[in-house]
Design a protein around this ligand. Sequence first.
Ligand SMILES: C[S@@+](CC[C@H](N)C(=O)[O-])C[C@H]1O[C@@H](n2cnc3c(N)ncnc32)[C@H](O)[C@@H]1O
Length: 378
Amino acid sequence: MANKNLNQAKNAKKDEFYTQLVDIENELRHYKSHFKDKTVLCNCDDPRVSNFFHYFSYNFEQLGLKKLITTCYKNQNRDLFSQNDSERAIWLEYYGDKNGNRVPDPEEIGIHYFEGDGDFRSKECIELLKEADIVVTNPPFSLFREYVAQLMKYEKKFVIVGHQNAITYKEIFPLIKENKIWLGYGFKGGAGHFISRYEDTATAGDHREGMIRVSGVNWFTNLEIQKRHEDLILYKSYLPEDYPKYADFDAINVDKTSEIPSDYFGVIGVPITFMDKYNPQQFEILNCCEPCIEIIVLREKEGFKEYPSRQKMHNGKLCQKTYHRILIRRRKPTGDSVEANHYSPLQVGQPTCYQQPDIPLPMAAEDPESYNPVNKED
Ligand SMILES: C[S@@+](CC[C@H](N)C(=O)[O-])C[C@H]1O[C@@H](n2cnc3c(N)ncnc32)[C@H](O)[C@@H]1O
């Protein structure tokens, strides 16, 4: 249900939902050391409603910031709920508390007017981007690809909110694969409640007044965090009957990240939620695709659902496509033998280095939004 909200938002380009202060605090407490002497830019943020502005202006001294810049978009085609209703687009700059009351007073905040509408892609906004060291915001989901491309082009550090399905975008996945961007600590339970006047379709237990619940949201960043160096503890052993092979190439399917076998060193397809546990020292990412499994194999699995629209013939056999899978492989152990691998408890005689697979691996999704984006398996 919650993803209905997301789909509605994307389809109608309804980007007006606002991040709660508590979610910003929960994520940014892991990055505090990065902010010292830095200029932070929040470039999709109406300061009157943005908790990013609130967080950085109130924590300016504690973080040791150099400067805070916030730009406010004046949405030309604003919908009923848009709060970007200033007469003109503005941007603010803040250099910290001057009068010693530890509060950002209006007279301490420089207000400037844009010539244009404050679109993050405009020349005026790009000039401010160039000045920034770290960009932190929740950008419009409908422009996520362009937004990230611009950050990469100007080589900016960032911490931004996005949907986990963006991992599979053909513009984003290569950045993930090459370890240029990764996931942050994330939202509790993998879902966020955002302040919004859009209709919330969350179930009664999940509903919060004045908010919409969006599942699958996460933080994307290129700032170093401890989390991405923590090993995923693997406890399952490989049994061929538990891990069906794909019909279209040589890899096994894993439906839950926690069930990655500890003793399998070939190519493994895992749900995109794996990225939340990804440690580049432990695993190598090879690709992202929607592989298929023979239907005869799937029918043996408890709770298996048939989706005729996801079925296809492969080598004369009926198969069903899985949801997106990240193809991964365990990293080469650091010692001379696999026994020296601290996260691999077994397998004497396993190869100590791995060949690139000679199978042609499928490409990342062209248009991953063409079907229901919910990653149901994990
Ligand atoms: C998901 S909302 C988040 C708002 C705010 N960053 C927060 O987290 O509370 C995305 C915001 O980006 C704004 N926006 C949409 N298109 C934009 C553009 N081209 N340039 C800058 N901001 C834009 C929307 O008006 C919306 O307020």
